[in-house]
Design a protein around this ligand. Sequence first.
Ligand code: SF4
Length: 439
Amino acid sequence: MNKNVKGSNSNAFNTPLLLVCNKQGEIFEIPHLLMTGTSVSEVRLPTQDELIPMPDGSELFILPGRRPIGFDPVKNELVTLTEYQGEEVFAVAAFVAPAHMQFLHASFLKLEAAVDLPIFCYTAVGWRKNKFYVTAIRVDEDERQDAKHFNNQLITKNANSFLKKYSHNRLVVHLIENCVKQYCCPAARNYVMSRWEAPLPSSPGCNSRCVGCISEQSKDSGITSPQHRLTFIPTPDEIAEIAVSHLENAPKSVVSFGQGCEGEPLMVADVLEAAIILIRNQTSKGIINLNSNASRPDKIESLCRAGLDSLRISINSFQPHYYNQYYRPVGYQFNDVIESLKMARKYNKWVSLNYFIFPGFTDLPSEMNALENIIQTHGINLIQARNFNFDPQLFITKMGLNSIDEKPIGLINWYRHMRNKYPQVHIGYFNPHNINKDV
Ligand code: SF4
């Protein structure tokens, strides 16, 4: 751990206070210690421009078996806190609301007996002037997943009327019974509100074995996947019934294949192709988007020809060895992903990256060079800066990030660099609804 704290005294006095939690689950601030944030192995004070009030829709997490690390501005040193006023204390983190990119992870010392954390994101959070502050920035002004738009009563009422109207459609039943009622999926909730982006999960299978898969984890991984994978393949008619009514009636309408509750949609590309043709025979409205691991360029070509409008490629790194370590591909290679990107560009389709943001890795010069090489060589339209949902210290160990002999530039500098050097590439969070399909 880095004992010499950078920029310690200069901005210490505006820095929010350290937050901790006791055994009763009560979260409170430590009056003499400041919050810190972590970037792989560096623990430091956040800078003022890295801090924002915690956005609505964020959640606070207590981190069991982990001691909080604060900064003592008087002694000018980091302090790992075990107890406060005789009470044992634990670390606290924020799961920041959608549309926000994190800059630093919460700082903590993991105790030997501590269990791995579930598949969420753990951002640094502190307390100042009666407010929670997080190290993050809003990267997308689109409000489709803002908490203020989700009225549970109305959503439940609409969900039940959808169930009545579409009881014959297995996919609608899955979206309502699982995605709306169990997983509280914002896309499924927007579907029953007939607005913005709706999900079209379709595939029980996948040809990746992602370390952090949210729909399926192997028994020996010791990690619980927060969602259960779809168990059936919907028919093109079932998909088209949902998509056409949504594209026709919803404002800013997008329908997206590739959701958290399924495997890889390209595994059932023939069904998607038939569904897209059915949809475009009935409506030209809105956007048909594919969220994918982009493992099969041949299937991407057939979907582009059928009328797909945009492709979002999920990816943790453009360095093949880190890609392979995380995705553990089965029957495809990293280069197939790049070929799929090129294929979508060949058909002038909008290409987004679902780019996993990990403080201390994403902002490494080697990773930035790899990303910039893709932008310069093939071109992309949008980087969706998605906070990587995984136990940060477990990820560092699994990916061997502690042995990297490079210094990250800081995610706020990564953000500024990408925006200044590539103004043609949007940095956002959501699949766009207003792309020009006639390019
Ligand atoms: S590509 Fe998606 S469904 Fe497949 S293993 Fe990775 S996260 Fe899971």
